[in-house]
Design a protein around this ligand. Structure first.
Ligand code: PMP
Length: 422
């Protein structure tokens, strides 16, 4: 058993001074006991918890660290700017350079605005969409995560129906449902917001059809409403352009975050020319939105995106993981589902309605130094080496073996048991 004493102590102290000891999606409340809450350091594709246990990491801080933790060139750019200044009376030159780099990279974009988190970018997109023609309704696919602002948080605490008064829900990837929602709100539609593919927790991921994407575009055009794509999670992971570029669909607004500065805190809203005027009419700001260090890191991250083979490498590595896990599950008599793009894997077990089998397997992976998630999609890091992948697959194989051995002792996670009514 790995030493976890420092983590246990910090959790105990946190319970006194932090509600629930931790909040939000990085809380380990819903994870198996083997998952540490607190981390000490991270480098490349490795992460170390506060007790100095090391893991090969398949979460990348829930997305941001595309090129690996502490990437040399990106950190060099950040450090150089930090020497000059970070949060000042106004932005530095990197703001313009980063905006130029994003606009040059993303076909639909003619302008960029920066903020801190994905929720800032998606919420700002709604404000711009409403400013565009003074219409109110935003169409959102049911159960899709767009952040933790009152209009979109998945949890009801402290949220009023009025916070969502003009949010209209439709079924994801269902053209009829989308068309019905548009018809029911004719004349008052500000925009449709969609994620590039379906990537929700505790569920198989799936990619939408080209027809759904084309329908969303057409309905927006007919209604003079804006098509908003929330690229916060999938952006730059599937393509060097918008994720729906492969369908030939250009959105009007796109929301970016997570990996655009490889772990440095910054997000962005990009827009096309026709939305520029609306973007000038809104007031949005934040004390830290114009800090120069994340923007300098972003400029270098964009250079890595343009000039390196990261996309092809993470795709090949993701395929290797997927093939390896299928073969191992099969050899040990388990049936798993690996869904979504290989660069953002989701691994769930068949006949596992309480998720106890998946929880058991990921616990065994953690014990063997591989950080694999039981219910959230994962992210491949460009820093993963062939040796890391070999070590990963050796560990996951042993984890399947241990899972089989301990199968009869698996228990449903207590919080999940309550939620699922078991
Ligand atoms: N949109 C999507 C699709 C996301 O995955 C997330 C974060 N998981 C957000 C928005 C919100 O981003 P943040 O947590 O940075 O506010």
């Amino acid at each position: 058993m790995r030493n976890r004493s420092m983590d246990a102590e910090l959790r105990e102290r946190a319970r006194q001074v932090i509600p629930n000891g931790m909040y939000g999606h990085e809380s380990v409340r819903l994870l198996p006991a083997e998952f540490p809450q607190f981390f000490k350091s991270a480098k490349g594709a490795r992460i170390r918890d506060v007790d100095d246990n090391e893991y090969i990491d398949y979460i990348c801080a829930y997305g941001p660290n595309l090129f690996g933790y502490g990437h040399e060139a990106i950190e060099r750019a950040a450090s150089a700017q930090r020497e000059l200044g970070d949060t000042m009376n106004g932005p530095g030159a990197p703001m313009v350079e980063f905006a130029e780099a994003m606009v040059a990279q993303i076909t639909h974009a003619d302008w960029a605005m920066f903020c801190k988190n994905g929720s800032d970018a998606t919420s700002m997109a709604l404000v711009v969409a409403r400013a565009y023609r003074g219409k109110r309704k935003i169409l959102v696919a049911k159960g899709t995560y767009h952040g933790a602002a009152p209009w979109c948080t998945p949890y009801p605490g402290g949220i009023l129906p009025e916070d969502r008064a003009h949010i209209v829900y439709f079924d994801h990837n269902d053209e009829q449902s989308l068309a019905d929602a548009v018809r029911a709100n004719e004349g008052d539609i500000a925009g449709i917001i969609a994620t590039p593919f379906r990537h929700e927790v505790f569920a198989d991921q799936f990619e939408p059809g080209a027809d759904y994407a084309a329908t969303a575009r057409r309905l927006c055009d007919e209604a003079d409403a804006l098509l908003i794509i929330d690229e916060v999670r999938a952006g730059f992971r599937l393509a060097r352009d918008c994720s729906w570029a492969k369908f030939g669909i250009e959105p009007d607004l796109t929301c970016w975050g997570k990996c655009i500065a490889n772990g440095h805190p910054i997000s962005a809203l990009l827009g096309s020319e026709k939305v520029r005027k609306a973007a000038t009419e809104i007031f949005v700001t934040g004390s830290f939105w114009f800090s120069a260090v994340p923007m300098a890191a972003g400029v270098e991250t964009l250079r890595q995106i343009r000039e390196t083979g990261y996309l092809e490498r993470t795709d090949a590595m993701g395929q290797k993981l997927r093939d390896g896990l299928y073969a191992q599950a099969d050899a040990h008599g388990f049936s798993i589902r690996q869904t979504g793009p290989v660069v953002m894997p989701q691994v769930l077990f068949d006949e596992d309605p309480t998720f106890k089998v998946g929880y058991g397997w990921t616990s065994e992976c953690l014990k063997r130094g591989v950080y694999i998630h039981p219910y959230h999609n994962m992210f491949m890091s460009d820093a993963l080496t062939e040796a890391d992948m070999d070590m990963t697959l050796a560990a996951t194989d042993l984890a399947f073996e241990a899972l089989k051995r301990n199968f009869d002792t698996l228990e449903v996670h207590p919080i999940l048991a309550t939620r699922l009514g078991h």
